[in-house]
Design a binder for this molecule. Structure first.
Ligand code: ADP
Length: 151
């Protein structure tokens, strides 16, 4: 059984995330979408909302689980018998950042990180831009799945 963890803040989930998840479903038997909880970080959406947007989106997809975690992603993967971490790459900045994390995770564990390049149509989307559009009254619905609603 190939199980991957897709870790992130998902504040909120965007069409970029869902593109990676949908394509990851072709590669893995199960994907755990794991929302990392960082006490020092300020989020726009409560943890419950971030979980609920994703759970509702994938309510008919038995291969997807939605959970929250604290601590190291590799420890979370081991606890859940996941052999892979799934990440999306949008641009060279993502690559540099992700490379260091993936190398570190590889030193700490046997877990492999699998990167998918973003689709052209969603490569410009980020949660931070979505939050900015929301704050300023823009049409955020063009950037996120239907289950995401502004507070
Ligand atoms: P983090 O706080 O870990 O950066 P995010 O929720 O922003 O969490 O992102 C989680 C993962 O989704 C990361 O691998 C990130 O590169 C990827 N991702 C974010 N936006 C997109 C996008 N538009 N297309 C593809 N992947 C994306």
């Amino acid at each position: 059984m190939k199980r991957a963890v897709f870790p992130g803040s998902f504040d909120p989930i965007t069409l970029g995330h869902s593109d990676i998840i949908n394509r990851g479903l072709q590669l893995f038997d199960e994907i755990i979408i794991a929302i990392g909880v960082n006490a020092d970080k300020k989020y726009m959406f409560d943890l419950e909302d971030r979980v609920s947007f994703i759970k509702t989106l994938y309510r008919n997809e038995p291969k997807i689980k939605v959970e929250t975690y604290t601590g190291l992603t590799v420890d979370y993967c081991k606890e859940n018998n996941a052999q892979f971490i799934l990440r999306g790459l949008r641009n060279p900045a993502d690559f540099e950042f992700e490379k260091a994390i993936a190398h570190t995770n590889r030193v700490l564990s046997e877990i492999e990180t699998v990167f998918l390049l973003t689709s052209v149509k969603t490569s410009y989307i980020s949660s931070s831009i979505v939050r900015d559009v929301m704050r300023n009254g823009g049409d955020y619905k063009l950037l996120v799945p239907k289950t995401v609603v502004k507070k």
